[in-house]
Design a binder for this molecule. Structure first.
Ligand code: UD1
Length: 360
């Protein structure tokens, strides 16, 4: 039975840890936010945390970690790329099926929430090249809708899945946050637009926002079956099935591949960090080590028993040659250190694909 609740009388709002400037902005935002007197909700359980993209790879992993900690969690997903199967094990989560491109879905999702983990996106560079409008709707419009709804609902903090792609063509390594972003694909532009919206919502409305610029995240639950999947997920699936993978380019391009547990941990740290340190900030979230595709392929051959060679094809449009993060800022602001390195993460990942049969 859906319950009807006036969330504004019971918001878990605390500004004790905020500095004065942020507190003033929050109070101003509270006064000006246009809040409906009563909002219908589909569950009588109020959740403290909202995870968007909860049926996707990263969202699912964050939701699972929160539930494990005993937190109350709501998830929302449209299943455009999320998978129903990923909700297995998350039964304690309130779940809302809906599209964040619809402001009404965002309002329902944010009602009564204190902290939002905004992970939903069409997370693929080549998909954005094929469909820039779809990427804009699902990354930019959806993010703006989430922010508007979060503000109206009195949400305290929004964490955002940023992307290393925003550094684009800038050849300098490692990537540092003060570098000028030079996005070269619709995906990178959309992710950067989202960041700017977060920053604006902190500056003008006092909403605490934090962007974590993820660098090529991999691990269990990443969809390996789509043409638009991350390269390690695709390689794991193919090599375990004895199929030849394709490397676009010469395979010497490199990435700062980041294991999912590091990303989950950083998100939990960012949710708890003092506002005066993190509100309105963006920071790299990575391991700080570069691995080429050829190296990754060779390690995967050892883990999967695959004995063939990869096929080499033309480089992909919009591809970046090298990507490597400086992670000092996340260390300083969040106390983040990557606990799982690439080799260990890849072992866990291969074991998971093998055991779960995902994508087989
Ligand atoms: C980019 C972002 C990353 C973001 C991701 C979302 C950069 C540096 N990184 O990842 O932070 O999370 O988008 O999707 O912009 N490849 C093959 N064979 C395949 C598939 C891919 O060789 O079958 C190659 C690609 O051409 C690319 C590399 O592997 O050179 C990595 O590709 P992918 O996993 O799609 O991620 P990025 O585009 O690097």
């Amino acid at each position: 039975m859906p319950a009807f609740c006036n969330f504004f009388s019971i918001l878990p709002f605390s500004s004790a840890s905020q500095n004065e400037v942020v507190s003033k902005r929050v109070r101003a935002a509270e006064q000006t936010a246009t809040a409906p007197a009563a909002i219908s909700c589909w569950s009588s359980n109020l959740s403290k945390y909202l995870v968007t993209g909860a049926a996707g790879f990263i969202g699912r992993s964050i939701a699972a970690a929160l539930l494990k900690r005993g937190e109350s969690v709501r998830g929302v997903d449209s299943f455009i790329t999320g998978k129903r199967a990923n909700l297995a094990g998350l039964e304690a989560m309130d779940f809302l099926e809906g599209d964040l491109a619809d402001p009404a879905v965002c309002a329902r999702a944010c009602a009564g929430i204190e902290v939002v983990f905004h992970e939903a996106a069409l997370a693929s560079v080549p998909r954005s090249v094929a469909d820039p409008v779809g990427t804009n709707v699902n990354c930019v419009d959806a993010t703006l809708n989430v922010l508007v709804a979060a503000r109206a609902a009195g949400v305290r903090r929004v964490l955002y899945a940023g992307s290393s792609s925003v550094y684009g063509d800038n050849p300098e390594l490692p990537k540092r946050e003060e570098m000028l972003p030079l996005p070269i694909t619709p995906y990178a532009v959309a992710k950067l637009a989202g960041e700017h919206y977060l920053h604006a919502f902190t500056r003008v409305y006092g909403l605490e926002t934090v962007t974590l610029r993820y660098f090529n995240v991999f691990g269990p639950y990443q969809d390996p079956a789509s043409h638009y999947s991350g390269v390690l997920a695709i390689f794991c699936r193919k090599l375990l099935a004895g199929e030849q993978p394709t490397i676009y380019g010469d395979g010497e391009q490199s990435r700062d591949f980041t294991y999912i547990d590091n990303v989950v941990e950083a998100n939990l740290l960012a949710a708890a960090a003092p506002a005066e340190k993190v509100a309105g900030r963006y920071m790299n979230l990575a391991t700080g080590a570069a691995i080429s595709l050829n190296q990754a392929f060779n390690i995967l051959c050892g883990l999967t028993g695959y004995r063939g060679k990869p096929a080499y094809a033309e480089p992909r449009a919009g591809d970046i040659r090298h990507s490597l993060a400086d992670i000092h800022l996340a260390r300083e602001l969040l106390g983040y250190t990557p606990k799982v390195d690439f080799a260990e993460g890849l072992r866990h990942t291969v074991a998971w694909y093998r055991e779960s049969g995902a994508g087989a």
